[in-house]
Design a protein. Structure first.
Length: 737
């Protein structure tokens, strides 16, 4: 159907809808919270959308809406399928967004999006609340794992890829789903990295730093946006028309619909105290440009009474309904309310292979004093809880790790932990693998321990919950045991990190040092003087300066998904040459944050007196088994073409990510010390040199001026090209625009 036909059908429908039906169309019902009966009642009322419902339950809701609501408007189902369709226990589980960003490859994000879309659609659903386009600039934030890292450009390119993957060529295809760019905007920039508090932001800063990844979502045709919890200068984003209308629709060109985040509307009354009551909140949220209201079911009555009382024009609601119905028509839901997907594809071999490839591409080696790849070793000690903890490896938003998941919470095969990856390869290569957990990543709080160690509970349901929780009980601390296990090994692989209890919503961390006895375990193993590699299975960069200094090798896996452990083992045995690069800086200490590379210049050293200025590992860092060298950087300021010679100076083929940064020498506003504006991947054989050309655009050098307009200011610029954001890794040239 063309745009005009869609427009006409939307208007025809709208003219038949009662005020109540319009209000219902803007409501998104949380199935898991209200349950089946209540959900079916909402379906009959004509609710526009439901979230967190899968399979046959979703089909029943859809049939009820189509057959028993007056106008039979199909509903759309949304779900958090953010690194694979992870809330379905059969699904292929990909690396987290942060781990995927280590690939610096939008094609990997696109493939992850495509596979996820197929699986979500096969479950009869239409919409994923992904990607997260917030920047992860302070690792204390609990949701760093959900971001594509700290940089607007990299995040934008990965966003573009994944949105294309979700939405495919056409929204009405059986295996395409709606993407949702979230959380618009500034959520990751909350003060002190405390989840959902206010944001230190101005509109200029918002447009310069935080809008770009969201703009790339719009460029890719992203169908929906989700708003953030926070506020700008004392004004809740939920009630901010400038953010949602002027910037998003007029300036960025977004033409889909906007959904609030969880109870954003109610929170205007209960959390942010800027609305007197629900009616006031409903009017503020609707007038600001929120089209669909997630989970705040009181909105329905409130918005109806507000219109009846003359406190809000019905036209405001009409506009929201228009946006929603337009999308339903673009998806062709009236003809085909249920996506069919690709029957049998959930967790199929091809999808698992894609998750495995993504995991391999995300492995990021940060240090190697020569111990890797592991060759001529007879015995390897693999140590650490996270070497064999699939829950930690998966990270957030999977059936196994998220409270909204209904599944049994038993990890389902196939998956491969680091320990299992080593065991499989060890068996192939005749290398003995011994494993010891060493210590708990996060020891149980005393009250939980007491419950675990206490007598069985009388209530059988509570006892069943206890039994289940006990299965996921962390290991007891036993550092001497781990040392004994490792004593006769030729190499030690120590896996450290965090657990699902230490990240996610409500779980920001003040302290990024390794928790529990993990540092003591590291020191005890280091004292054995056996080659020691440390692997990080974690949701975020943790503060590991001592390990960076004294370990023989450091490998970062973050949350690598289903085959994250296999990918790590294969990389460390040298089965492939790792090519991951950091999308985020590693702080030396929580107190060093924020430490992102593209800071604005300071003039008193920009550092704490008791802390280095630079991070432990910088944005863009990552090594493989071959070093790359750079020479002969040229830049033509007329054609904006940069060229550079890149050589593989090693004896194994490998991929290099050529990174391009710029610095605006003099500008009307203070600009970052350097800013990523392009990157490209090149594969080089041993000894091979390639001249890499990178075409830049004038807009790459633009800024947002004090009038909040994006402009290119003529003048002097510096261009840096090289291996990472570190000064010593970059060649530099100067030019004038
Ligand atoms: C709240 C989270 O902030 C958001 O990311 C998520 O999509 C919704 N809940 C729905 O689960």
């Amino acid at each position: 159907m063309n745009n005009e036909a869609i427009r006409q059908q939307v208007e025809a429908l709208l003219s038949q809808m009662t005020l109540e039906e319009k209000a219902a169309q803007t409501v998104q019902v949380p199935y898991t919270v209200v349950g089946r009966e209540e959900s079916l009642r909402w379906a009959k009322l004509g609710a526009g959308s439901f979230l967190h419902v899968l399979g046959d339950d979703a089909r029943e809701v859809q049939q009820t809406a189509m057959q028993e609501s007056r106008l039979g408007i199909p509903v759309i189902f949304g779900i958090d399928a953010i690194h694979g369709h992870g809330l379905n226990q059969q699904a292929a589980i990909f690396p987290s967004q942060l781990a995927t960003a280590c690939t610096w490859d939008p094609a990997v994000a696109e493939e992850m999006g495509r596979v996820t879309a197929r699986e979500v659609a096969t479950d009869g659903l239409h919409w994923t609340f992904s990607p997260v386009c917030c920047l992860g600039r302070d690792s204390r934030w609990g949701r760093i794992d959900e971001t594509f890292g700290e940089d607007p450009y990299l995040s934008g390119e990965m966003t573009y890829g994944i949105v294309k993957g979700y939405q495919g060529d056409s929204l009405d295809a059986d295996d395409s789903i709606l993407a949702c760019a979230k959380h618009y905007i500034g959520y990751g920039e909350a003060v002190g990295a405390r989840d959902a508090v206010d944001t230190q932001m101005t509109y200029r800063k918002m447009k310069e730093v935080f809008v770009p990844p969201f703009q790339r979502a719009v460029d890719a045709g992203c169908a929906t946006f989700m708003t953030a919890y926070g506020s700008i200068d004392g004004h809740s984003f939920t009630a901010d028309p400038k953010t949602m209308k002027t910037i998003l629709r007029d300036e960025m060109g977004f033409d889909g619909f906007v959904v609030t985040d969880w109870n954003n509307c109610g929170s205007l009354v209960t959390q942010q105290f800027v609305a007197e009551d629900m009616q006031d909140a409903a009017v503020q949220a609707a007038e600001a440009g929120n089209d669909m209201i997630m989970s705040t079911l009181e909105y329905y009555d409130a918005v109806i009474t507000a219109v009846r009382a003359g406190k809000m024009q019905e036209a405001v609601l009409d506009e929201a309904v228009r946006h929603i119905l337009t999308m339903k028509l673009r998806m062709n839901l009236f003809e085909k309310p249920e996506k069919t997907g690709v029957p049998g594809c959930i967790g199929c071999e091809a999808h698992r292979d894609a998750a495995y490839r993504a995991a391999k591409r995300s492995v990021t080696m940060l240090k190697n004093s020569g111990m890797l790849p592991l060759r001529s070793v007879k015995k390897i000690a693999v140590i650490g809880q996270n070497a064999d903890d699939i829950q930690s490896q998966y990270g957030d938003w999977t059936y196994l790790t998220h409270p909204n998941a209904e599944a049994a919470r038993e990890p389902l095969r196939p998956y491969v932990t680091v320990k299992e990856g080593f065991e499989a390869l060890g068996a192939e290569k005749g290398v003995e693998i011994v494993y010891h957990p060493g210590c708990a990543v996060r020891p149980l709080p005393p009250e939980v321990l007491a419950m675990f160690e206490g007598p069985a509970l009388k209530d059988p349901v509570a006892e069943a919950v206890r039994q289940k929780a006990m299965k996921r009980r962390p290991p007891a601390d036993d550092i001497p045991g781990a040392v004994e296990a490792a004593r006769s090994a030729d190499a030690i692989v120590l896996v450290v990190g965090d657990t699902i209890d230490q990240h996610g919503e409500y779980k920001d961390r003040a302290d990024l040092a390794l928790s529990g006895q993990q540092m003591a375990l590291y020191r005890a193993l280091r004292a054995l003087n056996i080659p020691l590699a440390v692997v990080l299975v974690s949701s975020k960069p943790l503060a590991i300066p001592e390990i960076a200094d004294s370990a023989d090798a450091v490998v970062v896996a973050f949350n690598g998904g289903q085959f994250g452990g296999q990918a790590v083992a294969e990389a460390m045995f040298g089965l492939f040459n790792p090519s991951g690069r950091l999308p985020i800086s590693f702080p030396a200490h929580s107190g060093q944050l924020p430490v992102y590379y593209n800071a604005l210049p300071g003039w008193h050293g920009g550092r704490y007196m008791d802390m280095p200025r630079t991070p432990v590992y910088a944005f863009g860092e990552g090594i493989g088994y071959a070093p790359f060298t750079y020479a002969n950087l040229t830049f033509d300021a007329d054609t904006l073409l940069a060229t550079v010679d890149v050589t593989n100076a090693g004896n194994i083929a490998g991929d290099e990510v050529v990174q391009v940064y710029m610095h605006d020498v003099v500008a009307s506003v203070i600009r970052p010390v350097k800013q990523l504006i392009a990157f490209t991947r090149v594969t080089l054989q041993p000894g091979e040199t390639k001249t890499v050309s990178i075409q830049l655009k004038r807009d790459d050098f633009s800024l947002v001026n004090r009038e909040e307009k994006r402009v290119v200011e003529p003048g002097a610029f510096e261009l840096f090209v090289g291996h990472s954001s570190k000064d010593e890794d970059l060649l530099k040239t100067e030019f004038r625009l």
